[in-house]
Design a protein around this ligand. Structure first.
Ligand code: NOJ
Length: 607
């Protein structure tokens, strides 16, 4: 048969990138990004190493203690690098490791060029980075530059006098309308802090207020000041020159403030983050940062897009704008919360979030996929079912979704073991400043009852994610040899721990490994077009991912009941590539278009 030349050329053009993938299934593990061919996928995406990576987040305080002081440290992380590498991840995101008085566990930085004493020394950091590189992984650091600690040298100077050279490194304002500083209602405006109360704190030394959108010990930096911006760019270079591969940027959309500092309306005060974010000079600052620093390195950046709407998102990550690579959008991870209060979420809502993200982000923007981090409860407790019967399959189902949606997946430490929320009983069980301050503001003042507060906070608290990593069944789960870890270990560690799970072929850990492997070898699961087949179904999430000729069908039963699921017209299940119940299609009595899904069953078919 004679094939017309025009048709041959068209096939070659669309199929070429796909062929490359087939020939090089392990491209995501390329040692150096420069080895990555500069290609465009069949559906128009520019290939980038950070789009193909799987990121693993480490909260150093809770990962592994090496010296028995009850606090995780850098040497501890280095000792666990083989475990992380075996999982198959490519990038580690390290939550802040810098010198800090720990008002907010490291998100209040005293010295951006020094390692926190509890975590070790700069030699320990260098050894960690070396160990990561030796294992062909990359490291991104947390960049916390919306605010510093009040113990940072800049702030110590700044607060001394109005004419101090560092005064303008922070945001200082006099009392409102000439009122007496400290008098009720004399704060410069009505902005509130995310950690309760006013966002302004009076400093008696000069009688002015400074802005702190988070804790009092986290004064906001003044990005209007070019000297401050130059200092930030310098400290970024300091770490990049050591060889780190990028940054996760803490609340980066807040760095530019509306300089008229207007009072918020009652409606705006319901969700102040949407007013604090996307200030007038944000794009200018990010482009300057990109020009002066990021463009000179081959790095990955991911901004914490708290307060950013989906409509605004492309303006931060469209690759033609040279600002950020990715952002974290909070719609999915906070679906079970409303104003910080737990709510019952529904699957169609979750599906709609992913569908909307897919629609709004075109080929020039790339998504991040995550259902947890150090600020959120455990995904198996919030989005799965952490009961004894369903913890394992539902944790695996969540993994199936994470690794088959379009975007770079982020795994938070311990989720690969199916670690669960902690059974908090009393306020004394918590460490988080957000909880302690909210308790003072709500319970101590009598606005909310103790029981109501605890009932909610045990489901929503960030401390759920911060309990120590469960390594084995020895005391304190092998996290520390000390008598007491800084935060209690979850009592389920004897059943849920890494030693047991790495040895068990059917564990959550080994399912994560296999899923990551399947994703790595399947370009369609990374770049493929996404289509939700059944947006309204209350319990089943069924979607396809298609790239050129390759297509995958993902079917997830998000419920504790068996379901006979008839695939939408025209769709038939193909070859089962992976499933969380590790059985083949015949075992479930399935025909091509009717699937008998067990509770929390997840399947990925190659079509
Ligand atoms: C977001 C961080 O993820 C969170 O842990 C921290 O408390 C705030 N930003 C303030 O830095």
């Amino acid at each position: 048969m004679k094939v017309p030349g025009k048709l041959l050329r068209a096939v070659a053009l669309t199929a070429l990138p796909v062929c490359l993938f087939t020939l090089q299934p392990d491209w995501a593990n390329a040692e150096s990004p420069s080895k990555m061919p500069d290609t465009v996928t069949a559906n128009g995406y520019h290939r980038k190493w950070w789009k193909e990576a799987v990121v693993y987040q480490i909260y150093p305080r809770s990962f592994q203690d090496s010296n028995g002081d009850g606090i995780g440290d850098l040497k501890g992380i280095t000792s666990r690098l083989d475990y992380i590498q075996r999982l198959g991840v490519n990038v580690i995101w390290l939550s802040p490791h810098y010198d800090s008085p720990n008002a907010d566990n490291g998100y209040d930085i005293r010295d951006y060029r020094k390692v926190m004493a509890e975590f070790g020394t700069m030699e320990d950091f260098d050894a960690l980075l070396k160990g990561i590189k030796q294992r062909h992984m990359k490291l991104i650091l947390d960049l916390v530059v919306n605010h510093s600690s009040d113990e940072h040298r800049w702030f110590v100077e700044s607060r001394k006098a109005k004419d101090n050279p560092f005064r303008d490194y922070y945001i200082w304002k006099p009392a409102k309308d000439g009122k007496e500083p400290g008098a009720p209602g004399s704060e410069p405006n009505n902005w509130t802090s995310f950690f309760s109360g006013s966002a302004w704190k009076l400093d008696p030394a000069t009688g002015e207020y400074y802005l702190h959108l988070f804790a009092e010990k986290q004064p906001d930096l003044n990005w209007e000041n070019p000297k401050l911006r130059a200092e930030v760019y310098d400290l970024m270079k300091f770490w990049l020159d050591k060889g780190v591969d990028g940054f996760r940027m803490d609340v980066i959309p807040f760095i530019s403030k509306n300089q008229s500092f207007p009072d918020l309306t009652p409606a705006q005060l319901e969700h102040p983050e949407f007013t604090y974010a996307m200030g007038p000079r944000l794009h200018e600052y990010l482009q300057e940062m990109n020009r002066n620093v990021l463009s000179k390195y081959d790095v990955m950046t991911v901004g914490e897009a708290f307060g950013v709407t989906l409509d605004q998102t492309p303006s931060l990550i469209d690759e033609r704008r040279n600002e950020l690579n990715l952002v974290f959008n909070f719609s999915a991870v906070r679906l079970d919360q409303d104003h910080g209060t737990w709510r019952q979420w529904t699957l169609p809502e979750l599906k709609a979030i992913y569908a909307q993200q897919d629609q709004k982000l075109d080929v020039h923007s790339w998504n991040s996929i995550f259902l947890s981090n150090h600020d959120n409860p455990r995904p198996v407790s919030s989005f799965g079912d952490d009961s004894a019967a369903f913890r394992v399959p539902s944790a695996k189902l969540i993994a199936t979704m994470l690794f088959t949606l379009k975007g770079t997946p982020f795994v938070y430490q311990g989720d690969e073991l199916g670690m669960t929320n902690y059974p908090f009983k009393a306020i004394e069980d918590f460490n988080d400043i957000a909880v302690i301050n909210a308790w003072k503001a709500k319970v101590v003042t009598g606005k909310v009852s103790k029981d109501e507060f605890l009932e909610n906070i045990r489901r929503t608290s960030r401390d759920n994610a911060r309990t120590p990593m469960q390594w084995d069944a020895s005391s304190n789960a092998g996290f520390t040899t000390g008598a007491k870890p800084w935060l209690a270990v979850n009592p389920n560690y004897k059943d849920v721990n890494a030693a047991q799970e790495t040895a068990d072929a059917h564990s959550v850990y080994n399912y994560y490994r296999r899923m990551i492997e399947v994703r790595r070898g399947a370009p369609a699961l990374i770049y493929g077009d996404f289509k939700d087949l059944d947006p309204a179904h209350a319990s089943v999430f069924a979607y396809t991912r298609t790239l050129g000729a390759a297509s995958y069908l993902v079917v997830l039963n998000f419920s504790g009941t068996p379901i006979e699921y008839v695939l939408p017209a025209g769709v038939k299940a193909g070859h089962l590539a992976i499933g969380n119940l590790e059985r083949n299609a015949k075992d479930s009595g399935d025909s091509g278009s009717t699937l008998h899904l067990a509770p929390w069953e997840a399947r990925v078919y190659r079509q």
